[in-house]
Design a binder for this molecule. Sequence first.
Ligand SMILES: C=CC1=C(C)c2cc3[nH]c(cc4nc(cc5[nH]c(cc1n2)c(C)c5CCC(=O)O)C(CCC(=O)O)=C4C)c(C)c3C=C
Ligand SMILES: [Fe+2]
Ligand SMILES: [Fe+2]
Length: 332
Amino acid sequence: MRNIGILLINLGTPDAPNASAVRRYLGEFLSDRRVVEIPQLLWQPILRGPILLTRPAKSAKAYQEVWMEGGSPLAVYTRETAIKLQALVGPNVAVDWAMRYGNPSIANRLDAMIASGCERILLAPLYPQYCAATTATALDACYAALAGLRAQPAIRTLPPYYADAAYIEALRSSTERQLAALDFNPDLLLASFHGMPDRTRQLGDPYYEQCLASAKLLQDALGREVRISFQSRFGRAKWLGPATDETLRALPSQGVKSVAILTPGFSADCLETLEEIAMRGRDDFLAAGGNKFAHFSCLNASTEAMLLYRNLVGRELAGWLENDFVQLPRGG
Ligand SMILES: C=CC1=C(C)c2cc3[nH]c(cc4nc(cc5[nH]c(cc1n2)c(C)c5CCC(=O)O)C(CCC(=O)O)=C4C)c(C)c3C=C
Ligand SMILES: [Fe+2]
Ligand SMILES: [Fe+2]
């Protein structure tokens, strides 16, 4: 029996690229108090009113542009990552995947893992940089699912890996591979991370500093400048800056005529990388006078990514894998 499990967790995505599926998904996502930190009494009327009346149709069109044969890119790549990791860790460890919002749900996959005999589970949110709106809420959902159980499994959680040598090496190798495949050497490498309201940083969220640290380490590993920006602004509050869209529009007038943009905070390509960056970002940059634009794929389930995840889970499972019955020496 396989009594150890690894649950890979990603953000979540609609089940289909249509307005009703997007409305269900956004309703769940944007009702999360870890994501929108406005009192619910004020926020729910805005969400249930203007936002869920207008945004789903617009977003559904964007999802249609990037939808793949196997479904939403985020789900396709997360599933592929789980399948490849299963092959790497071998038959004694069960690997599964779940989404914080939508399907497959965390509660459903944790139930299945426990029912199949897992007594020890590594929860692995696939976010290199810690953010309460992503990492913490994913783990909250796991703990909520476990809260109703009499016999709980032992739990470990994957720490943020923003400065882990294996993560930086995966990014370096993936970036160099994709640079070598271009027919131009970009004037600039721009690392675009998902944005957050600026206020969350003042409240103590370490996300911003961890993004800066990852970009600096990647810059050192590549030996060339990596500039940073933040994308996907939502709502009217001040967000982390500089904004990716404004940066792309400003670069040509600053003499940067060719750019390659990478998205190292996203473990898998998704709407925010494939539509917002690779399509709208390209249009913005070229319309502002840029000549050449490249968007680099996320780590997804690449060879670099699988090396990284094997490394991370190998470390986190230490002591569980080797032997179950270690006798600890008595103190004194
Ligand atoms: C208040 C709003 C949002 C916060 C805060 C936020 C943080 C955050 N999000 C990601 C990763 C992803 N976000 C994605 C989509 C997405 N994000 C928001 C809003 C906030 N995100 C919205 C409304 C959407 C939906 C798309 C749209 O309608 O524009 C995705 C992609 C999902 C997909 O289906 O492909 C990812 C991934 C991070 C890492 C983060 C904080 C650091
Ligand atoms: Fe987001
Ligand atoms: Fe977006």
